[in-house]
Design a protein around this ligand. Structure first.
Ligand code: SF4
Length: 192
């Protein structure tokens, strides 16, 4: 319950009410999640269990319940442009405890996919993905690791895309044909 003073403020001052402009609502947004497998998302009762058990939410601004609510309301731009969307560690604690058996973690992953399709991606993820595009590794081998491998009597480069040009070409082809390259090289949007 709100403290007395702030509850009165809220009741008397309508400017403290957050209003949602209908132009901000995508009425089909929740349907995309339902079609992608989060079929029970509209049964959310906003109990907050997902936020309460979220280990990331304990340390960050990530609020699972809020994201689910906004997604159900169709506030697509707000959800996909939020950097908070990337704070989930996909530990599945919310999914295990949701009293409505909503696939909460999957919803987050689907929302991330939509965000990337729309050009919203954290710079760190874009950089890591660019490494994958150019080397076939999200974390390419560095000079320290090369030296350690040598000292251990191993080949300086592992038998991966690092030393196999054909394999790297194949990986690049896969990334191109699946549309991954286009997503990564596309223009970043504000907020991403
Ligand atoms: Fe909604 Fe489930 Fe989160 Fe409760 S635990 S707020 S029902 S998604």
């Amino acid at each position: 319950m709100l403290p007395e003073a702030s509850r009165d403020d809220f009741m008397e001052d309508p400017t403290t009410w957050e209003t949602i402009d209908t132009d901000d609502i995508d009425p089909y947004f929740a349907d995309r999640l339902v079609e992608a497998g989060v079929d029970r998302i509209r049964t959310c009762i906003q109990c907050g269990t997902c936020s309460a058990v979220c280990p990331s939410g304990r340390r960050t601004a990530f609020r699972t319940r809020e994201i689910i609510r906004k997604a159900v309301l169709g506030l697509k731009e707000e959800v996909v442009s939020s950097p908070d969307l990337w704070l989930c560690t996909t530990c599945f604690a919310c999914l295990e405890r949701c009293p409505r058996q909503i696939k909460v973690t999957e919803a987050i992953v689907i929302l991330r996919n939509i965000a990337v399709e729309e050009g919203f991606m954290l710079p760190q993820h874009r950089k890591t993905s660019q490494k994958l595009l150019t080397t076939g590794h999200a974390v390419p081998i560095d000079s320290v690791n090369r030296r350690m491998r040598k000292a251990l009597g191993l080949q300086e480069l592992p038998p991966t895309t690092h030393s196999n040009e054909k394999a790297l070409e194949d990986v690049k082809k896969i990334m191109e044909r699946t549309g991954f390259s286009t997503l990564i090289e596309g223009e970043a949007k504000e907020g991403a």
